[in-house]
Design a protein around this ligand. Structure first.
Ligand code: ATP
Length: 167
């Protein structure tokens, strides 16, 4: 992957059944063979990657995320985050739903990245790996530990050390 520190991908989701029922219209179009979209009549925006309404989870993962997981194994850091208004498809794309009940091809970024990571580890038996996982929902000022099975609410706080690192 080229050395660009931040890359932005846009994914247009299909209209939901309820939106079709309410006769909602699509207002975002892709410009073929470019990384551009048009909003409304003439507002054009360019991104590093553009995915249309028929894009698959595999396509999004393989294009944007898989190379980052490979670079992790080489010792680089990577951050992936989804942003967008409510209902735009963040959870669907990131794969943060109930993984066990999701069909293989519908799995999002998280289960695919974890699978690739452990696959790479099993192929690199000469290297010592140390994996730590945290899964926290930040909603307004409240933090929720999603790996805490007993109680979903735990007294979590965001702290900064003297170097400005967040914990
Ligand atoms: N690419 C897609 N293909 C098919 N369905 C999608 C796609 N993206 C999202 N959806 C569907 O759209 C709905 C809203 O998506 P999702 O829950 O992921 O949004 P969100 O951005 O996480 O919303 P919120 O911020 O409210 O949590 C869900 O029913 C989801 O299954």
């Amino acid at each position: 992957m080229e050395e660009i520190p931040v890359r932005v991908a846009v994914r247009v989701r299909p209209l939901l059944c309820k939106e079709i029922l309410h006769n909602h219209q699509v207002c975002v179009r892709l410009i073929p063979n470019t990384q551009q979209i048009i909003i409304g009549k003439d507002r054009i925006f360019t991104f590093d990657f553009v995915f249309g309404k028929n894009s698959t989870q595999d396509e999004v993962y393989s294009t944007c995320i898989k190379p980052l997981v490979a670079s992790l194994i080489e010792g680089y850091n990577a951050t992936v985050f989804a942003y967008g208004q409510t209902g735009s498809g963040k959870t669907y794309t990131i794969g943060g739903g109930h993984i066990a009940s999701v069909a293989e091809d519908k799995k999002g970024i998280i289960p695919r990245a974890i699978q690739d990571l452990f696959q790479s580890i099993s192929e690199n038996s000469s290297i010592d790996f140390n994996i730590k996982v945290s899964y926290i929902e930040v909603y307004k000022e409240d933090l929720r530990d999603l790996l805490e099975l007993e109680t979903s609410i735990k007294d979590l706080h965001i702290r900064e050390d003297e170097k400005g690192n967040t914990e």
